[in-house]
Write a protein that binds this ligand. Structure first.
Ligand SMILES: Cc1ncc(COP(=O)(O)O)c(C=O)c1O
Length: 306
């Protein structure tokens, strides 16, 4: 990864190389931490963070769900991220932000109430998550052999570090089998989400995405639905079975990092004509116009860094 200059740690900026933790930090052993993935784009008026407040609010809510008491308000953490972008003097088109709250050093054993909470904001320049080629030509998606853990034993709506063991196993399997990304079904066999993104398909001109029943409540998914509805596209949120995917006209993934990435193959079946679909391309170019500040209607989603 490309190192930046500074990381914000518990209210102070520290040099990138000095942002360290003890090996006995609680989260490293027991996996309870919460993250965000937020993105800033270089617009004509300088960097702007996309839907900053929603991302920071989700961090605070993920922490509440997982019993981590972050000692900063959403406003304070928003400001930390704005300051972080300024202080690092980035130059690239994209900057990825990684807000993170975790349990630090001092307590061992599963019970975590007395473990200190550490709050960290990092940012670095990061290219397309599924590759520049993937954005244009589409990626190969594999349904993972593991499902998302059921809602009776997991908190899938928390963006919790612990949830990424499931994502990691699925992603590794997909790449090992020659694919680019994994799609996870829920424990009933319906599409939940990809290892780090949401799923959409197009069927007979209708845009379909599964409900968030067993998935992160995604900010990009919400944005894409809003864009589509503004374009007059009919959107349905309903359960999707495996067979339906294979005969969809188009498919794509969405996420802060994945942006809008077309899917050209699912499990050895070509989707549509095996390249980026027409609706996918339209939504993709509108999305990039919005995040890069070229669409006045969605300007309210941008927090400019002056
Ligand atoms: C598991 C998972 N689902 C969905 C998403 C998409 O969420 P968002 O659009 O809020 O970035 C992400 C990415 O953050 C993710 O990690």
């Amino acid at each position: 990864m490309d190192a930046a200059k500074y990381i914000w740690m518990n209210g102070k900026f520290v040099a990138w190389d000095d942002a360290k933790v003890h090996v006995l930090s609680h989260t490293i052993h027991y996996g309870n931490g919460v993250i965000e993935g937020t993105k800033a784009y270089k617009t004509a008026k300088g960097y702007a963070i996309f839907r900053l407040n929603e991302h920071t609010t989700r961090l605070k809510e993920s922490a509440k769900m997982t019993l981590i008491n972050i000692p900063y308000s959403v406003e304070e953490m928003n400001q930390a991220q704005i300051d972080l972008i300024k202080k690092n003097e980035f130059v690239g088109d994209n900057v990825y932000l990684r807000p993170f709250a975790f349990l630090g050093y001092g307590v061992m054993g599963v019970y975590h109430k007395d473990a200190p909470v550490e709050t960290v904001m990092s940012a670095w320049e990061w290219g397309a998550y599924l590759g520049e080629d993937g954005l244009k030509k589409g990626i190969k998606l594999k349904i993972a052999s593991m499902t998302r853990p059921s809602n009776t034993s997991n908190m899938g709506k928390a963006k919790a570090t612990a949830n990424y063991l499931n994502s990691q196993m699925a992603k590794y399997e997909a790449i090992d089998c020659g694919y680019d990304e994994a799609l996870l079904l829920d424990d009933q066999g319906y599409v939940a989400e990809a290892s780090g993104a949401s799923f959409f398909m197009v069927v007979n001109g209708i845009l379909v995405s599964p409900p968030s029943d067993n998935a992160l409540v995604s900010i990009t998914q919400k944005t894409v639905i809003e864009i589509a509805q503004d374009m007059g596209i009919k959107v349905e949120r309903r359960r999707i079975s495996r067979e339906e995917l294979y005969v969809a006209d188009e498919a794509f993934l969405t996420g802060t990092a994945a942006e809008i990435t077309p899917v050209r193959i699912i499990d050895a079946r070509e989707i549509g004509n095996g390249s980026r679909g027409e609706m996918t391309e339209k939504l993709q170019s509108t999305y990039f116009d919005i995040v890069f500040g070229r669409n006045a209607k969605y300007e309210h989603y941008l927090t400019y860094i002056d």
